[in-house]
Design a protein around this ligand. Structure first.
Ligand code: GAL
Length: 413
């Protein structure tokens, strides 16, 4: 009897193990800030509700630089996670290596082709096959302003560079840090997205999408760098290495006036129970109204053992459900990755994000974010990061930065 029980227990345990293998996803991501973790929780709970357990593989580091290093090590060791948060050209690079699975069946069944915008599909598909499930659309040319500080400054939202500088001077006079910033290359580059875009959508396209040496090495680019130097004069002494969410906290707490950051920053404000229009103001970086530099977080699905594929496909399907798209993106600060999701549950900033994206797309003013891997593959992106960060930190003059930028991009192409 005893032997029978033991054998039965072992058999049951084995069955449970097999079930777990079939109904488990291991997910590598960099969503570790308060707002990001809250959004991720929406996904975890959704999957758990469908009987799929979650093995968490967080790799801290905004923008995902560190996560991509860990991923490379995992895949090299022959141990790819089920799904990996990934941006733009990185997805295509992994697809090129033959490391990703195939989502065509679920995509066809659910009609993804019709509802996921073309701008995202160019990164979710490789060689005509679906390889990743887009979870959202973020954009980088935003400003997050402390409302009380803005009111003290007269309440006018800056419409151009001079008005922006005047506002920053006013914040300084109020005794707060004008710009909340974290000195990390990807954060410097995020500001640079907006600064370059503000000098013209054609200029942004020539420089970052077409990599035109004349744009990269010309006078307008010099102006962009000069503006970066000016902005640098408004950050505090402790900015170096600071995480982006700590910079958001400075604005939330009224210690700083503004943060230039993608709309994942709004996730931090929402997590802190702050309300747009009351506690903070979201506007586009001056002179970028109507244009959007976007990035889309997607879950790239890696090739996994056959028994893990059903859970992987269930995860992909769950991500694209319109109900989930609304629930997740309300918390994350992003817009849905589908065009047919109601904006009803979104706050004023979310509604603006959704409308801006649609308008920019319609008017040919929607561009991939350089800073977040949607304009170029990693080699070019990193070459740009390097020059931008050195110039921002005063190691290069604007003039030298322009020369280095053109040369570095040429070498990395
Ligand atoms: C971006 C990503 C966002 C947010 C941010 C900071 O690259 O698209 O979802 O997580 O990094 O970590």
């Amino acid at each position: 009897m005893r032997k029978f029980l033991t054998t039965t227990a072992v058999a049951l345990a084995m069955m449970a193990g097999a079930a777990q293998a079939a109904e488990n996803v291991e997910v590598l991501h960099w969503w570790t800030s308060g707002g990001e973790a809250a959004a991720l929780d929406v996904l975890k709970k959704d999957l758990e509700g469908k009987g799929i357990s979650w093995t968490d593989m967080p790799v801290a580091g905004g923008g995902g630089t560190e996560a991509m290093t860990v991923l490379r090590a995992r895949v090299t060791a022959g141990n790819a996670p089920t799904a990996v948060q990934m941006l733009g050209f990185d997805i295509l690079d992994w697809a090129k290596e033959g490391a990703l699975g195939n989502l065509d069946e679920v995509a066809a069944k659910e009609g993804w082709d019709k509802v996921i915008p073309g701008a995202l599909q160019q990164f979710s598909k490789y060689d005509g096959h679906w390889i990743a499930a887009p979870v959202n659309v973020h954009s980088t040319n935003w400003m997050w302003i402390n409302k009380a500080a803005l009111d003290k400054a007269g309440g006018k939202e800056p419409q151009n560079w001079d008005e922006l500088v005047a506002l920053l001077d006013n914040f300084k006079a109020q005794g707060i840090t004008p710009i909340a910033h974290g000195g990390q290359p990807w954060q410097d580059a995020t500001i640079f997205d907006a600064v370059v875009l503000s000098l013209g959508t054609d200029f942004y396209k020539s420089a970052f999408i077409d990599l035109d040496p004349a744009a990269l090495g010309g006078d307008k680019m010099k102006t962009a760098f000069e503006r970066m130097t000016k902005l640098r004069s408004y950050v505090d002494d402790n900015f170096s290495g600071r995480d982006w969410n700590l910079a958001s906290a400075m604005v939330i707490e009224g210690k700083a006036g503004v943060q230039f950051m993608g709309d994942w920053a709004k996730g931090e404000f929402v997590k802190a129970n702050k309300v747009p229009g009351t506690d903070f103001v979201c506007i586009r970086y001056p002179e970028t109204q109507g244009a959007v530099t976007f990035n889309s977080d997607q879950f790239a699905m890696f090739k996994v053992a056959d028994d893990k594929i059903p859970a992987q496909m269930a995860m992909a399907s769950a991500i694209e459900s319109p109900v989930f798209q609304s629930a997740f993106n309300v918390v994350k600060g992003s817009a849905p990755a589908r065009t047919d999701v109601s904006n009803e549950a979104f706050d004023a900033c979310g509604k603006k994000a959704i409308a801006d994206l649609a308008d920019a797309d319609k008017n040919g003013k929607l561009f991939g974010s350089m800073a977040h891997g949607h304009a170029n593959p990693a080699a070019v992106k990193n070459a740009i990061y390097d020059v931008v960060t050195r110039e921002f930190n005063g190691e290069l003059s604007a003039e030298d930065a322009v020369k280095e930028l053109a040369a570095a991009v040429e070498a990395a192409k």
